[in-house]
Design a protein around this ligand. Structure first.
Ligand code: CAA
Length: 250
């Protein structure tokens, strides 16, 4: 059962029903934020809300295809109509369509770029003016270690995740003077369904390259998200936080 403190700030987590999204919602709720999530699949969303409520996290999900500008806009308008403004946006929604470029289908390239990178534009573009007007905002982009170092079989994913870094750095400069911070988190291999879908042999080889010798926990990433959402991180912007057990250091 969660014990929520009071905090007037509202956070939107995209891709809330996934492993990382769920952990972020729980942590932010526990830390006293008003938390709303985004979903894409109806049936999953209903079950998720019931489960979360039964665990003490009564968090509402809103439909939105974040890869589509209009759909993302409708979702944001629906959230604002019910909850008022959005103070913190966590761009977390993401998919993989792994495979060597040699075999990659055009639709697998576009699906990953649209869902993982264009979504960041689609959502951020439609909340940023309000953040500027209120002189407070937090944009937290969930990238990946594979956006920093590349990964065999992930030209689409690595390109999208690397693109998030450029977006973060540029936008952070544009909105710094309005009290809006923009940062990126780059998780390594975390124990989510997405990572567990990697063939076992390949995953074992990857974990063997992680100095900590294990997958990360979703709660470890969620903690960092809540930290960056806080008032006290007001001088941190344009930064990238690696959280990868030492897999990639630079
Ligand atoms: N480095 C070098 N060579 C490799 C390799 C690697 N990592 N992986 C495979 N190869 C080689 C193989 O040895 C083989 O060589 P030969 O033809 O000479 O024998 C060749 O590439 C083809 O191998 P496969 O038949 O396995 O290739 P495939 O195209 O069927 O599958 C793949 C490749 C789908 C990319 C598979 O290797 C894979 O799933 N890799 C994991 C990718 C990954 O890490 N995804 C992360 C998902 S989770 C996530 O993204 C979250 C996050 O942010 C971290």
């Amino acid at each position: 059962m969660s014990t929520s403190k009071s905090n007037k700030r509202t956070v939107l987590v995209t891709g809330a029903t996934g492993g990382l999204g769920t952990a972020m919602c729980k942590k932010l709720y526990t830390d006293g934020y008003t938390v709303v999530g985004n979903y894409h699949t109806e049936e999953k969303a209903k079950k998720w809300m019931e489960q979360m409520k039964s665990e003490g996290y009564p968090i509402e999900l809103f439909y939105g295809d974040v890869s589509d500008y209009e759909s993302a806009g409708k979702m944001i308008a629906n959230i604002e109509a019910k909850y008022g403004h959005i103070d913190t946006l966590v761009n977390n929604a993401g998919i993989t369509r792994d495979g060597r470029l040699l075999n990659m289908k055009v639709e697998d390239w576009h699906a990953v770029i649209n869902t993982n990178l264009n979504s960041v534009f689609n959502c951020t573009r439609q909340v940023i003016q309000g953040m500027i007007d209120r002189n407070f905002g937090r944009i937290i982009n969930i990238s990946s270690v594979n956006g920093q170092r590349g990964q065999f079989g992930q030209t689409n994913y690595s390109a999208a995740k690397a693109g998030m870094h450029g977006f973060t750095k540029s936008l952070s400069m544009e909105v710094a003077k309005y009290g809006v911070t923009v940062n990126t988190i780059s998780p390594g291999y975390i124990g989510t369904d997405m990572v567990m879908a990697v063939p076992e042999k390949v995953l074992n080889q990857i974990v063997a390259q992680v100095p900590m010798g294990r997958l990360g926990g979703t709660h470890e990433v969620a903690h960092l998200v809540s930290f960056l959402a806080s008032e006290e991180t007001s001088f941190i912007t344009g930064a990238n936080y690696s959280i990868n057990g030492g897999q990639h250091v630079y």
